[in-house]
Structure formats: C-alpha cells, structure tokens
Design a protein around this ligand. Structure first.
Ligand code: ZN
Length: 303
C-alpha cells in the first residue's frame, strides 16, 4: 500500500517535471543569445554567464556558473572555440546530461553559419585565441544573426513542442522587424563603405564585412595576444602611410594601446571609437538597440 502510494507520488512528480507549466531554464554564454532566446520565447528563464563588459574568451568557471549550468534545460553558446577556455570545464563539473555536446539542450550559434578568417598557421600555447575554426564573433553581423535565430527557433520548438505555435509566431515577427531594420542600418551606413579602420582582436570583423569597411591593422599581433610595443609601432607606421578613418575597439578591451596610437596620430586627429561588443541587456529589443547604437557611433564619428 505504502509502495503504491510512493509510486503514485513519484509518477505525479515525473509528470510535473515533464509538464508544460515549467519554464524552460536557459543558460547562455553571451548576452546576445539571451536576448535572442527572450525574443523567440519570452517565458524562458534566461541566465547569462557573461555581460557586455567582459571578454567572453576568458571568464572564471565559478561555482555559481556551474550551479546555473547544472539546472539548465538548454545552453546557448557561440562555439567555434570562443568558450574553449571555460565551457568544457563547466559542462564537466555541472554533470548535466541535457547540456553536453551533441544533445538537443546544447546549441552552438556558430554551427548554423559560415565563419570568416580561420587561422591557417600552426597554433602553439603562445598563439593566443587564434580563432582556429574561423572568427567566432558572429554577433556583429545581423544577417548571420537571422540565421542563428532560425536555428534557435528550431531548437526551442524541439524542446518545447507544445509551444511551437507561439515560438514560430515570435520568430516570424522578429524576422520581419529585424530584416526591415537591417535595410535601414544599411541605408544609414552607406557613407562608411570603403573606409579604413584600425581595430582590436578582430572583434568586429563581421561588422566590417557587412558594412564593407576595411580593417587596416589590428592592435593585437594575433587575436588574443596582447599588443606589444613592437607590433604597435608597426601599426603606427602603417597608419602613417595609409590614414584610417577611425580606430575602433570594444568596451571590454584595454584602452591603453588604442589611446597610445591615437596620441601618435594626433596630427591627423583620427577618432578613437569605443563600442560595446554585444547587447547591454537581454530585453527583447536589446539587439535592435545595440545595432542602432553601433551604427550611430560609426556614422557620427567615422570621418
Ligand atoms: Zn576572439
């Protein structure tokens, strides 16, 4: 009798756990994917491991992050090696079978788009985050973001088939709004085409490709290798030969190398533009607001 009652209660508990009323718990490695999840599935409970002032290559695998990943139904990360320094460790320590590689609960954004600029050299422990599989900083291309949103829509529907209709409706609305916004951003950015920029860490290579701007030099000798005096001097010489329209770095970068270069180039007064590499919040309008702010910063300040 007691055993029957226990079995009944366990059955009820299992039904509750698999039931429709439980929010989908989502762990995102970077906030842009959190904003996308909130856009496609607002009732998801989303936690981001990093924010816009952090370098997503390098964060500490803190116990609080392990606990968050342990309870996640879905993890959404960039992949392509961006989180290589910390995500595998989190996955191993969290011991959550749902978010291991290859499971429906592990979604890598980079897996649904093509990547640019793969590292073709021989990597050593001193090579930095060379982006072996290609540049993982895909969030700065709105066209790729649309592709990621389609892949993420499919994954959310797979995990929450009972909510397929609302996820598909939110996806259609986002595609329409975001596609219309892309047309506006491209129209506003017309004058940026062909402009040369000095950049840092290849963080915005997808942005330059999208807007048809040209990276003249990178403050880092290789992505993930800190700027050295020798390399900075080479960039200075390059800049002296071919003037750039701006030096553009991300908010989470060390500003000192870019500020040094701007001082060397004081006679030309090349503007130093500092923009966030991702969204500042995970609200459903965050992606639109971020691209708006980036386009505004560039169109206002690039000469
Ligand atoms: Zn990188």
């Amino acid at each position: 009798m007691v055993r029957t009652a226990i079995n009944f209660l366990l059955g009820v508990a299992a039904l509750c756990l698999s039931g429709t009323s439980w929010a989908l718990t989502v762990f995102v490695c970077e906030p842009e994917w959190g904003a996308l999840v909130k856009t496609l599935y607002p009732k998801a409970d989303v936690f981001s491991a990093t924010h816009h002032l952090q370098d997503p290559h390098h964060i500490e695998a803190r116990p609080s992050l392990i606990a968050r990943l342990r309870s996640a139904d879905l993890a959404v990360c960039t992949g392509a090696g961006l989180e290589l320094g910390w995500l595998p460790m989190l996955q191993a320590r969290a011991g959550n079978p749902r978010v291991q590689d290859g499971q429906p609960g592990m979604f890598y954004a980079a897996s649904v788009v093509t990547l640019i600029n793969p590292f073709l050299g021989v990597a050593t422990p001193f090579s930095g985050d060379v982006h072996r599989e290609g540049n993982p900083h895909i969030q700065a291309d709105p066209h790729r973001l649309l592709k990621v949103s389609a892949g993420l829509r499919d994954r959310l529907v797979q995990l929450r088939p009972q909510d397929a209709q609302e996820i598909n409706a939110a996806y259609a609305k986002f595609q329409q709004r975001f596609s219309a916004a892309i047309v506006q951003w491209e129209r506003r950015a017309q004058n940026l085409k062909g402009r040369w920029v000095v950049t840092q860490h290849a963080s915005f290579d997808y942005l330059w490709a999208w807007l048809e701007m040209k990276p003249l030099a990178d403050l880092e000798p290789r992505p993930g290798t800190a700027p050295t005096p020798g390399h900075l001097d080479q960039v200075r010489q390059r800049l002296a030969q071919r003037p750039a329209s701006a030096i553009v770095i991300a908010q989470h970068h060390d500003r000192r190398p870019a500020e040094w270069l701007a001082r060397q180039d004081a006679a030309r007064n090349t503007p130093l533009i500092i923009i966030p590499a991702t969204v500042a919040s995970m609200s459903h309008d965050a992606l639109m607001e971020w691209f708006d702010a980036v386009i505004t910063a560039l169109t206002d300040q690039v000469r």
